[in-house]
Design a protein around this ligand. Structure first.
Ligand SMILES: C[S@@+](CC[C@H](N)C(=O)[O-])C[C@H]1O[C@@H](n2cnc3c(N)ncnc32)[C@H](O)[C@@H]1O
Length: 239
């Protein structure tokens, strides 16, 4: 079986858009929250780990003047994203770049994707970095934003206790059943991945740890505009 990069999730990339909506409760709502938290004047955005382009698409629809630089290390995911963005007619406002966001954090001179962004966004990707690299990435994001720019990230977080871990697991099972399936069925479509670049399988941190990392990285306003069991949208701005 082909080895995937961490975060590609499904053995067949074509299964991603349906499968992720069965696996992740309220996936569309979670991404929508990110778009709602971006200021109306948002123009230049950086997306980290764009996958098949679902968040890009939502942003480009909501902000007719927005331009996105979308980074992902997987050529397969980028190809799906590009096809989708082109089919929607947004190709002039979207640039896909193949690269590792860990590399960008560590060696920005090697992977120069620009700076002075109005916003940086990410969903379901950064949790593949271990904590030391998450912090480095948050620091890189902070210095790559314009004054007043925003960073919003949607990611799974480490359950606060073993009891809550059970509660969150049940919530996902219940969600899958509401979608007419179950997690065993969905998981049968998952691929196997091994460490690639800076990413490895899930490296979850608690919401509290993320909050502290954001503060340490120089974000003055830190917020959690959405949380649903073990999933959260969090981030902030430097003002
Ligand atoms: C679970 S998918 C989520 C995709 C999309 N953001 C969404 O919410 O549908 C995670 C994506 O992050 C990418 N990814 C994971 N680690 C990465 C890294 N270190 N650098 C660049 N892309 C990475 C994977 O290739 C994958 O496309």
């Amino acid at each position: 079986m082909q080895q995937l990069f961490p975060g590609e999730v499904f053995a067949n990339t074509a299964d991603f858009d349906i499968g992720i909506r069965q696996l992740i409760p309220r996936y569309d709502e979670m991404l929508q929250v990110i778009t709602h938290c971006l200021p109306a004047k948002t123009h230049r955005l950086l997306e980290l780990g764009c996958g098949t382009g679902e968040l890009s698409l939502k942003i480009l629809k909501r902000f007719p003047n927005a331009e996105i630089i979308a980074l992902d290390y997987s050529p397969r995911m980028l190809q799906f994203a590009e096809n989708k963005i082109t089919a929607a007619g947004y190709q002039q406002r979207w640039t896909g770049i193949q690269g590792d966001f860990g590399e960008w954090a560590n060696n920005p001179e090697k992977l120069n994707i620009g700076s002075e962004f109005d916003a940086c966004v990410s969903s379901l990707a950064i949790h593949h970095l271990h904590d030391e690299m998450k912090l480095k990435l948050f620091e890189r994001i902070a210095v790559s934003l314009k004054q007043g720019g925003y960073f919003w990230n949607a990611d799974p977080v480490l359950p606060e206790s073993p009891t809550l871990a059970e509660v969150y697991k049940l919530a996902r099972e219940e969600w899958a059943s509401q979608q007419g399936t179950n997690l065993t069925e969905v998981r049968a479509k998952l691929g196997t991945s091994s460490t690639q670049g800076y990413s490895s399988q899930d490296q979850l941190a608690t919401l509290n740890t993320h909050w502290q990392m954001l503060t340490t990285s120089g974000f003055k306003t830190v917020a959690v505009p959405w949380k649903y069991y073990g999933l959260a949208v969090f981030g902030g701005s430097r003002e």
